[in-house]
Design a protein around this ligand. Sequence first.
Ligand SMILES: Nc1ncnc2c1ncn2[C@@H]1O[C@H](COP(=O)(O)OP(=O)(O)OP(=O)(O)O)[C@@H](O)[C@H]1O
Ligand SMILES: [Mg+2]
Length: 372
Amino acid sequence: MDLNEKTSALDSPKSVTIIQTSTIHLGIDLGTNTSVLAAAVEGQPHPLPQDLITTVVGFPKPGILPGIIPSDAEHLFGEEAINYRLHMDLKWPLREGFIEDKETCRIFTRHLRHLVDPDFAYEIAGVVGSPANASEEKLKRVRSVMGSFLDRLLIVPEPFLAAMGLRDDEAFLRKGMQSDPTKHSLIVDIGAGTTDLCLVRGYFPTSEDLISINKAGDCVDDLINRNIQKRFPDVKLTQVTVRKIKEQHSFVSGYPRDASVKVYVDGRPRMLDFSDIIRDACDQLVPVVVEGIKELLAHCDSDSCANVMKNIIITGGGSQIHGLCDRVEKLLREDDYDCARTIVPADHKRLVARGALRIAQNVRDDQWQVPM
Ligand SMILES: Nc1ncnc2c1ncn2[C@@H]1O[C@H](COP(=O)(O)OP(=O)(O)OP(=O)(O)O)[C@@H](O)[C@H]1O
Ligand SMILES: [Mg+2]
């Protein structure tokens, strides 16, 4: 058991000396859209009031009347901030997978700390995911922001964490994916900011095993929004509404779904069919994924190629686009990747955080980095 003393003026309300008697191991998926936490103390799950938090901070708009915002709070977080969006300026601290607004991100991570350990009773040792092939400059930002939150830190590429998190995923085991995903697999994580691909072959991935592409859910939202404005100029939708519509109706070519949506135009309800617009926007991710997979398969030697091809795991929020997983498999097979097999894990939301927690629980003392 660790016994640490820590004085923190930044994190605790007053500058007091706190005796920390035990360590929380924490897995953190700091996502452009959603952040996810998984925690344990001495090998046992550590309960959290909330483990999925939309990565957004709301700041009350100037001149807002007292009593409008709950407890007249200085900030609201996640879905609560979104629910009060008429009265709050929303700031998303990450863009394309990386911390863009450091100050807002610090406020957000302080909130995460509050969820994990409101009384500052623990030392926190956390593994944080980063997009594949992050530059040193971008990693520095993560270390600097996380310094106000974690006592010990390790940054690991997100798709590799997803492979670690898959080891006990129900869908993965059920579909008869036999080999251990950390031995032979190809992970495709379609997030909001980036699509990350990683070849996993039993060791920590090198930069050759990783690809990160700035085309993911946010690009789909942008294209839907632009095309709605083009086709229906009198319809005004916020980015939040566009995202919600997409999440309800998304699909790719060959897997059609109804996408009739009720919107208000000049105060009157209208039913509009957004199917073509949503399909075209979702379709743009398919070649990104297929070409990324082919590029990584080209790095495999002949012995491992078939095993990797049978274990293509599509995860992240984008994996929920109706038909995307099957279409990727179909296109690969049509192009002679004969044993290509794709699967979406059962709990894609928590995969990265769960893998990060697994690693956090097994890091040797000398492997931790000291946050800046
Ligand atoms: N059913 C759905 N259909 C289409 N897109 C979806 C669906 N569900 C979620 N998404 C999209 O997935 C994206 C969020 O995925 P995820 O939570 O994995 O991202 P993130 O981890 O926050 O981002 P990143 O990894 O890029 O930092 C958003 O663009 C969201 O709209
Ligand atoms: Mg992610």
